[in-house]
Design a protein around this ligand. Structure first.
Ligand code: SF4
Length: 760
């Protein structure tokens, strides 16, 4: 049935989650436009969102639980059978080997985070702390540095690009990757204003670099040298923000002493950047009224990943560009994406992984170590993996290593909307309702001083045969015997509270129930879903956990919530905030902070920024003695995972969504192409020590000589209308290695993979 009205929803393709309005027909999305009423995206959208029906409707959508046969084919089974068998196997593994034999991977994509919250209840019942996440192959170095500087790994830094007069983009191409609201509009405004300066640090001539006032074409893998050189100029020329450092930080004398030792000229040469450009940017940054640094995977997945994140933050901290409008700031989270994992000095009780003894960061474990935890004869090995809304067999380093490991598991379960590559290798596949078939939300509430949130109502009922993730977790917990099927008293209290919000009946009943049965407390999320969720309007049951989040957020940030126009009408500010979320179909402003609130978000005991991180300063000092990389066998450097106009993680499986670049071309510099006799459209094998992929050549003078790039999000196999599965484009993680990574965080060095090209 065609619906000619515009309905509010959001894009699920990147962390911006722009507000959208869509029209639907039957189970499909037929028209998409930006939602002008969305408080943060304000009608903005990019080309990717227009193709959303390729996510909603395609031949890989699942509509029945599947069980894998010994020959690798699948049989359809009922939900009851699937959940009963999975629960029995989980229980047997947990009881025989403990919760440490079970790992959980994922728990939410760019736009669906609610499922992961309910997954925490299952993990509690299984007694496993092991959450592996794609974030832990990207951002844990950043989180770790934040923890050291600001007191907690949850102290996440936001950027002030729209209001800054000096902006440094570091290893990021926001024209394609976004990363802040209305990115292209903001970039154009920045570029066209002669009073403002845009600096891009990137080896490639990207769309963003073309708009920049200054482009520093750093050699891949030498970011730490360039950042140290920039900071060296600041320290050696006495350009640091002395008053800010004295008032707001500790350890600055030690940091400045280390920076004064940096051999600026030699480091600039190593990075391939003219010394005068380094000096110009360092001086410009120090002199700016309000400067901000926006960094992304280009430095985080490169050599010295964690050190890069440290130096990036020193850039804005040493120059005092923090805690003011148009600079970098901290922000509040409605529901934190991550937690805080204490250091060994803070606590000896943090669970290390059973085999590799990896410590979590932000309570997340890195995908790089999971195959090593499974593919071993060690008795403490991981024997069961539950994957929710993730596709590690394509998106984590060393695809073949992951495939081998999955074959050794005693139990593998994938919860997904589609028959992903990970689902194809799993023993059970549980089909989830799509992100437009259930109430959903993202926890990317990253704004400061204003912060937003958008709970999306479903556009469609769940595809027959599928279930929303919260319901999957609830039923699994019932099958495990961890929770009852119904909670009559709590359900009655929830209904009462919905009718009489001032009664606070549900909160009181929940507190009493958890006090009477303390074992239920770690599973409170699913209990709230199973009770309050039933009392919410149809399709919004999954919002139940937001009620609890609203109570906590309103208590902590009451003044900022009230400033956002949310009024406690006698029912409590948390309840009022929750109601606003449910009603705010176009998204809401959750809080309006005052600028000085940023200092209350610091979590160090002395409320200062602890600038000196001894291990990072040691790594900085050691840079001067680092030998030049020299790999004669694999002489080219691959930047794996480039963001382009038509890639979006692995969420779009149907290759027909792409308007350009159907093969995910290998971009090669003209000199390298000429040396190998390559022209546009030729096919090559890209070979690394780990494996090889085939790719189509695109000769591109935006690359540096000796450097090539491949995009992420390709290499998925998709069934056409005839049922035949075809792989489109290169599966780049067949080239990457698990041990080519940062020693502290295990973040893979995807931007510097040694490769060679072979003409085929
Ligand atoms: S910027 Fe991100 S969220 Fe917005 S429309 Fe583009 S892909 Fe979607």
């Amino acid at each position: 049935m065609t619906d000619s009205t515009w309905q509010a929803t959001a894009c699920i393709l990147c962390s911006e989650n722009c507000g959208l309005e869509v029209k639907t027909s039957g189970r499909g999305i037929t028209a998409v436009r930006g939602d002008a009423q969305h408080p943060h995206s304000q009608g903005y959208l990019c080309q990717k969102a227009a193709r959303l029906d390729h996510y909603q409707s395609h031949t890989d959508r699942l509509d029945s639980p599947l069980r894998r046969r010994p020959d690798g084919s699948f049989e359809r089974i009922s939900w009851d059978t699937a959940l009963r068998e999975i629960a029995q196997k989980l229980k047997a593994i947990r009881d025989a080997h403990g919760g440490s034999a079970i790992a959980y991977y994922g728990g939410g994509g760019q736009g669906n985070h609610l499922g992961g919250v309910y997954g925490s209840s299952l993990r509690a019942a299984l007694r496993t702390p092991y959450v592996y996440s794609a974030l832990a192959q990207e951002k844990t170095g950043d989180f770790w540095v934040n923890g050291e500087l600001f007191g907690r790994q949850t102290c996440h830094v936001t950027t002030g690009v729209a209001d800054a007069d000096y902006v440094i983009f570091l290893g990021t191409n926001p024209w394609q990757s976004h990363g802040f609201p209305r990115a292209r509009k903001v970039l154009k405004a920045l570029s066209s204003d002669p009073k403002r300066t845009m600096v891009v640090i990137d080896p490639r001539v990207t769309e963003t670099a073309k708009l920049a006032d200054v482009h520093l074409r750093v050699r891949p893998g030498t970011d730490a040298f360039l950042l140290a050189a920039l900071l060296g100029v600041v320290a050696q020329e006495g350009l640091e923000a002395r008053r800010f450092l004295d008032e707001r930080t500790t350890g600055h004398d030690e940091v400045l002493a280390a920076l004064r030792e940096v051999p600026v000229e030699a480091f600039a040469r190593r990075a391939g950047v003219p010394l005068e450009d380094v000096q110009r940017v360092a001086r410009g940054l120090a002199a700016a009224r309000a400067a901000t640094v926006r960094a992304d995977l280009g430095i985080q997945q490169s050599y010295h990943s964690t050190l890069n994140s440290y130096l990036e933050k020193l850039l804005f901290l040493v120059t005092g560009h923090f805690g003011r409008r148009g600079t970098n700031n901290l922000h509040t989270f409605l529901l934190p994406l991550i937690g805080h994992s204490p250091s060994p000095e803070e606590s000896s009780k943090v669970p290390l992984t059973p085999v590799t003894k990896m410590r979590p960061i932000g309570k997340l474990y890195p995908p790089n170590v999971l195959p090593l935890e499974i593919d071993t004869d060690a008795p403490e090995r991981v024997r069961a993996v539950i994957v929710d809304s993730a596709n590690p067999l394509v998106s984590a380093a060393d695809t073949r290593g992951y495939e081998r490991a999955f074959e050794r598991l005693e139990l593998s379960v994938t919860i997904d909307v589609a028959l992903s590559e990970t689902a194809q290798r799993s023993q059970y596949v549980l089909p989830a309702a799509s992100q437009f078939e259930k109430g959903e939300a993202t926890f990317f509430s990253l704004g400061f001083p204003d912060n937003g949130f958008h709970f999306r109502r479903p556009l469609f009922t769940p595809l027959p045969g599928t279930l929303p993730e919260p319901e999957i977790y609830r039923r699994l917990l019932v099958e495990l015997g961890a929770l009852p099927d119904r909670f009559p008293a709590l359900e009655a209290a929830a209904r009462l509270q919905r009718r009489f919000p001032r009664s606070r009946a549900f909160g009181l009943a929940l507190t009493a129930a958890l006090k009477a049965r303390p074992k239920w407390a770690p599973m409170a999320a699913v209990i709230v879903y199973a009770t309050l969720g039933r009392a919410l309007p149809k399709g919004t049951e999954s919002a139940a956990v937001l009620w609890a989040a609203s109570q906590a957020y309103a208590k902590k940030h009451a003044a900022a919530v009230r400033r956002a126009g949310i009024r406690d009408a006698g029912a409590g500010l948390g309840d009022a905030l929750f109601e606003r979320m449910l009603e705010g179909e176009h998204g809401i402003t959750l809080s309006e902070h005052e600028q000085d609130d940023v200092w209350s978000l610091l979590r160090t005991e002395d409320h200062r920024i602890h600038l000196a991180i001894p291990s990072m300063l040691d790594e900085l000092r050691a840079l001067a003695d680092e030998p030049l990389p020299n790999d004669a066998e694999f002489p080219l450097s691959l930047m794996a995972g480039e963001r382009r106009a038509y890639n979006a993680n692995t969420i779009y499986r149907d290759p027909a969504w792409r308007r350009v670049d159907p093969d995910g071309a290998a971009r090669v510099h003209p000199d390298d192409a000429a040396r190998l006799g390559l022209r546009d459209g030729d096919r090559v094998a890209v070979e690394s020590r780990t494996g090889a992929v085939e790719a189509t050549v695109e000769v591109n003078d935006g690359m540096l000589p000796g450097v090539l790039s491949l995009p992420h999000g390709y290499g998925l196999s998709h069934a056409g209308a005839d049922g035949v599965r075809v792989q489109s484009g290169p599966r780049i993680n067949e080239l990457t290695a698990a041990d080519h990574c940062d020693p502290l965080t295990k973040t893979p060095f995807h931007k510097t993979v040694p490769v060679r090209l072979r003409v085929i």
